[in-house]
Design a protein around this ligand. Structure first.
Ligand code: NAD
Ligand code: 4TP
Length: 323
């Protein structure tokens, strides 16, 4: 029987919890998801048995007791909680390497461990606010969607890593339409939902309350929703964002489209921080990630919970199987 292609994990910020959650997820999964870790093996927690390989396909021939690693010498050890500017370019390269391995057919999907965006900007001039935007550039696509998904909720922010005062400027009918289209297609092809139901949040308190607390809902969000319903999309909204995430409301949709980052991420990280998964939709390859960040406050102490990384790896494999 041919072995499934492995999922590749980019190391993320070595001073954060990325290497430890990757190693603990690999141990917990015990071969259920074939993996290859991309990074400096010196940054793995002490005692993690690993073997350096040069190509992902070599992983299939290894003992299940060793973590396969495609190694890069970052030049210095990782100090927990203190990102080294000299590591930044390597961290970025590991993401790019992961993408090329998937696009070349050597791996099935990319799972990214968390980066510290400011450390990458300061250390290597990283020009992107996050993986999502960098991966869009690597995939040569103009627009992608960041979805966070768990058993209880899927959410998509229509605008992503931008300051709050930029939201009304960058939230346009064209952007919201593309987000709805990409999310709808992603739920069909990557989550197996034939007729996705999407709930669209308003931007303002009480979804504008008839124009008394904001104009965007009446001016263009409601008309866009009506137009897309007439095209066959199953949409509801614009809904007041404060009341669309309780259990009964969540049962009425497959994904919620929020207007900005925190409107989407607060509910899911409150409900399911341990098991939330970040998925980028609209890329020409599969990418998942845990929902947490670098957690400098606990890095290196061996207490980071690998559950979100485990879910991200399982989801990557499942999506690759249905791709
Ligand atoms: N995919 C990514 O690359 C990604 C995702 C989110 C945040 N970040 C980045 O991470 C950095 C830190 O972000 P933050 O502080 O807002 O969020 P964070 O998720 O790193 O930490 C928030 C809190 O949750 C705790 N925590 C996080 N993950 C945990 C785990 N696995 N087990 C136990 N506790 C955990 C931390 O200790 C901290 O108290 C920022 O640079 C941010 O941009 C990156
Ligand atoms: N906004 C995401 C979150 O808080 O979970 C996070 O920063 C990750 O974004 P990228 O996957 O684009 O790095």
């Amino acid at each position: 029987m041919t072995q499934p292609l492995p999922v590749v994990i980019s190391c993320g910020e070595p001073a954060g919890i990325g290497p430890e959650v990757a190693a603990r997820a690999w141990a917990a999964l015990a071969g259920e998801v074939p993996l290859v870790w991309l990074g400096d093996p010196a940054h793995l927690p002490e005692g993690v048995a690993h073997q350096v390989i040069t190509q992902p396909q070599e992983a299939a021939g290894l003992s299940p007791d060793v973590l396969p690693v495609i190694a890069r010498d970052f030049g210095s050890p990782a100090v927990a909680g203190q990102p080294d500017p000299a590591h930044a370019a390597h961290v970025i390269d590991m993401i790019a390497l992961g993408v090329s391995l998937v696009r070349d057919g050597a791996a099935s999907a990319l799972c990214t461990a968390p980066i510290h965006k400011k450390a990458l900007k300061d250390g290597a001039g990283f020009a992107y606010p996050g993986h999502t935007e960098y991966l869009a550039a690597l995939g040569s696509v103009d627009e992608v969607v960041m979805m966070l998904a768990s058993e209880q909720l899927r959410v998509v922010p229509a605008t992503i890593h931008i300051a709050l005062d930029q939201v009304p400027l960058q939230l346009t009918p064209a952007r919201l339409r593309r987000v709805i289209e990409i999310t709808h297609a992603g739920l069909q092809t990557q989550f197996g939902i034939k007729a996705p139901r999407l709930a669209i949040a308003g931007l303002n308190p009480h979804a504008g309350e008839g124009g008394t607390m904001g104009k965007q809902e009446d001016a263009w969000i409601a008309p866009l929703v009506a137009e897309m319903i007439s095209e066959g999309f199953e949409l509801s909204g614009p809904l007041p964002a404060d009341t669309m995430f309780h259990a009964a409301a969540r049962s009425r949709y497959d994904a919620a489209i929020a207007m900005y980052h925190d409107q989407a991420l607060i509910p899911i990280k409150t409900l399911d921080f341990d098991k939330g998964v970040n998925v980028t939709l609209g890329l020409p390859f599969i990418r998942t990630s845990p929902d947490h960040g670098t957690a400098f406050d606990i890095a290196g102490r061996g207490i980071a919970n690998p559950a979100s990384m485990i879910e991200a790896l399982k989801m990557a494999q499942k999506m690759a199987g249905s791709a």
